[in-house]
Design a protein around this ligand. Structure first.
Ligand SMILES: Cc1cc2nc3c(=O)[nH]c(=O)nc-3n(C[C@H](O)[C@H](O)[C@H](O)COP(=O)(O)O)c2cc1C
Length: 492
């Protein structure tokens, strides 16, 4: 697969055979692709968040990654990176795929890779750049880093957004990573919001049940491959470090944290370590969330007491700023989630899947579409139920739409046309009740962790699909002939 990349020019796509060593080498590659925008002087207090929002709301093709430096009040070199993998080309490059023509290419390649995918366990090393600086106990001061205040109604500065919360299951060797938000309470205390049912929360409960504090390390700057794994529902019991390394094609190097022996990325940027304590709860939130609202508001939540901070010289915080979509990570979320759902519905035995797309409009969760070759009675309902219920598609879903194979699931024109024309609401919408929701659901009152799902069958009815009125559109032959003659008018 490795290609000769020596002739690549600035701005061209490069398919790298060898994995990037770390975030910094990856940034060089992104710069070479012409997809890195360096921004000097933006303030941590709302300005960085607003700039990221405006860039990603305007959804240009292949939006750049944003690297903020010279942040007022902080030393030059203490940087924040937004939108790491939020372009199709950056995402493909990161995952070591060829140049894609569109998002569905990456979805397909990812899901193809999953068919014989093997996680690769981490390799422990004695040292690494992450140990260039270690602050201990009284010297810990989280606000020595330019922690951003991201949205106007946030309850505090959020250090962890594109982060990895690293925890070890007390009953086994399993190390879980999850991307869970981290709010700074003071110089050595943070809040950590893990929704009920998330693996990190299940692990925390185990420690608390045993009457013990829960050890945790939180990386807030690292390789984007790790973020892609930590922010998506990977199977219970599988370490996202090994999963990410499977995509890398090589193990990641880890050093053991000083206090709890947790693995922390040797080439990471900043990692904090401490314990979640049961008897110290403080208000966490509100925070602008991926649904586009501040729904979970403010709650009392157990805090993490931070006792170690490990960081490289001139460290980079990797930020992911949720909010009204699209935002700086929703494209990559949609791609990975779509591929995982596709893989899992096929794993559950569903034939004939043509594509899956979890739309950015629903934050990659609330509006998901599956396209199938509808081949037997009940096939389309089976597809809808599975798309709604496999683990990757389950948390905080709302709408699942099943469409025929002539509909591109990522194209909202196509999808809404199929819903409008092939679906009879009274026959073709099934409701699933008491499904997995949570505090972030804007349509639920506080404390209600269940929601319902609509499964919309927008396929032509199976029994008479061959009699369904023909589509009023030029045939491929007529379209090709016409294009050939009129391409000077029709463009590409
Ligand atoms: C940018 C971003 C922020 C997230 N923030 C949270 C959060 O604050 N709390 C939470 O429970 N899940 C959050 N998630 C979703 C989890 O990362 C995701 O469900 C992941 O699968 C959790 O890991 P787990 O499956 O090991 O529990 C976030 C995801 C992303 C991409």
């Amino acid at each position: 697969m490795a290609k000769d990349t020596s002739s690549a020019k600035k701005g061209t796509y490069k398919e790298y055979g060898a994995p990037h060593q770390d975030l910094r080498e990856w940034l060089d590659r992104v710069d070479t692709m012409g997809e890195l925008m360096k921004i000097d002087g933006a303030d941590w207090n709302l300005e960085i968040g607003a700039v990221a929002e405006m860039v990603y709301h305007s959804t240009p093709e292949d939006p750049p990654a944003l690297l903020f430096d010279n942040i007022p009040g902080y030393p030059k070199g203490f940087r924040i990176l937004s939108g790491m993998t939020n372009s199709i080309r950056r995402l493909a490059m990161t995952l070591r795929f060829p140049e894609p023509q569109g998002a569905m290419d990456v979805v397909r390649w990812y899901r193809d890779r999953m068919k014989d995918f093997e996680p690769i366990p981490s390799r422990f090393v004695n040292t690494g750049p992450i140990l260039e600086n270690v602050d201990r106990d009284e010297d810990v001061d989280l606000l020595k880093f330019p922690v951003p205040f991201l949205h106007e109604l946030d309850g505090g500065r959020y250090m962890g957004t594109g982060d990895l919360v690293i925890m070890k299951d007390p009953d086994s060797d399993w190390v879980n990573l999850g991307t869970y938000r981290v709010m700074v309470h003071d110089k050595n205390t943070v809040g950590l919001w893990m929704s009920p049912g998330k693996h990190g929360r299940l692990i925390r409960e185990k420690y608390f049940k045993q009457g013990k504090p829960c050890p945790v390390a939180i990386s807030v700057g690292h390789d984007p491959l790790m973020f892609l794994a930590a922010g998506n529902e990977i199977q219970y019991g599988v370490s996202e470090f090994s999963y990410a390394a499977g995509h890398r094609g090589a193990p990641f190097d880890m050093v053991k944290s000083e206090l709890h022996g947790l693995p922390i990325p040797a080439y990471g940027e900043i990692c904090i370590e401490g314990e979640i304590v049961q008897d110290d709860e403080r208000p966490e939130g509100p925070f602008g969330e991926w649904t586009g609202y501040y729904a979970s508001s403010v709650r009392e939540d157990p805090v993490v007491k931070i006792k170690r901070v490990y960081y490289r010289n001139n460290p980079i915080i990797t930020m992911a700023r949720p909010g009204r979509p699209p935002s700086d990570y929703t494209l990559s979320k949609s791609v990975i989630k779509s591929a995982l759902v596709w893989d899992q519905v096929e794993g559950a035995g569903l034939p004939g899947v043509q594509g899956v797309w979890c739309h950015q409009n629903g934050g990659g969760r609330l509006f998901n579409v599956i396209s199938i070759k509808n081949s037997y009675p009940g096939h389309s309902r089976q597809a809808g139920q599975l798309c709604c219920n496999v683990h990757a598609g389950n948390y905080l879903g709302r709408w699942v739409v099943v469409v025929d194979e002539d509909i591109d699931p990522s194209n909202l024109w196509d999808v809404t046309w199929a819903m409008a024309s092939r679906c009879d609401p009274i026959e073709d919408i099934d409701i699933t009740r008491r499904a997995w929701s949570g505090a972030l659901d804007p349509r639920k009152r506080a404390g209600d962790n269940f929601n319902s799902r609509a499964i919309v069958d927008a396929c032509r009815p199976y029994e008479w699909k061959d009699e369904f009125p023909p589509v009023a559109e030029s045939s491929p032959e007529l379209a090709a002939k016409t294009y050939d003659k009129w391409k000077h008018l029709l463009g590409k």
